[in-house]
Design a protein. Structure first.
Length: 286
């Protein structure tokens, strides 16, 4: 079984600050659009973020609550109701920046969603309570968390369907920061698709998404790039492959992938979901 997505619009993003190419821009909500309607008007209680100093952990929780409120999510870092969903974060250094792993937990303590947000800010700046650093970290994950809180979020306590837990492996062969940038982007895209992205290989039916990048030698100022995403079972056997390819300006991905990594992940996600669905059908005999 396999899926294929071709002719990715990478080159358009590399030319500078241009609008996102179709089909992506039509999927973006308008500014301040009420895109979130919480289940049964459940509120979100943002806990102090682990891995930071006491003051910074509370300040970042407040910044996240503000960011979620800006997306019309009922969130607070000061209070919680009996039925509140808790949002817990853990901070850690990630290269030259800081990354926060966020987890949504229902009142029974069951995980109902995860997201990771990273920003090129210093850990010392975060611990100092620098407003810009706190805002950048909150804004990096708020849209993904808001998406998880839409009406179609699994009800609290309901287990995820089979084959819905995945691990995203570091991407092999990617130049520049692509190894980690593509992994983070794919993790975010799959989280938005209602999969549970685990930090490491679990037990049983946990699947893995393994990415590989190949870039040809430059020709006439261009380089052909091919990206392959393989869906693997826990025993390492391959369930299928999603392939992407395009020509990009020579050397344009040698350092930072930026928004290109997000577009790559968004484009590949439907193919990966199709492979997962096919695997579920095969296992159930349908």
């Amino acid at each position: 079984m396999s899926g294929r997505i071709s002719s990715l619009a990478l080159a358009l993003l590399l030319a500078g600050c241009q609008p996102l190419p179709h089909p992506f821009e039509d999927d973006r909500p308008a500014p301040r659009a009420p895109i979130v309607s919480l289940l049964d008007t459940t509120s979100v209680a943002v806990a102090p973020v682990a891995g930071l100093g006491p003051e910074a952990s509370e300040q970042l929780a407040g910044a996240m609550a503000d960011a979620l409120q800006g997306l019309d999510v009922l969130a607070s870092a000061q209070s919680a109701s009996r039925g509140s969903v808790s949002l817990r974060g853990t901070a850690h250094a990630a290269g030259a920046g800081v990354s926060i792993d966020w987890q949504l937990v229902d009142p029974k303590g069951q995980s109902v969603g995860q997201a990771t947000g990273s920003a090129p800010v210093g850990l010392d700046a975060v611990n100092r309570g620098d407003a810009g650093a706190l805002s950048a970290l909150a804004s990096a994950a708020a849209p993904a968390l808001a998406k998880l809180l839409q009406d179609d979020m699994p009800p609290p306590g309901k287990p995820m369907p089979s084959f819905r837990e995945v691990v995203v492996l570091p991407v092999a062969g990617a130049p520049g920061d692509g190894r980690d940038a593509l992994k983070l982007a794919m993790s975010a895209a799959l989280t938005l698709a209602k999969l549970t992205v685990l930090p490491e290989q679990g037990k049983g039916d946990t699947l893995s998404v393994s990415g590989t990048v190949k870039i040809d030698r430059p020709q006439n100022g261009q380089q052909h790039i091919a990206i392959t995403w393989a869906l693997l079972q826990a025993d390492g056997s391959q369930l299928g492959v999603v392939s992407q390819e395009n020509a990009v300006p020579q050397g344009s991905l040698d350092r930072h992938w930026g928004e290109v990594a997000n577009l790559v992940a968004e484009a590949a996600t439907p193919g990966i979901l199709a492979l997962i669905q096919k695997a579920e059908q095969v296992r159930s005999g349908s």
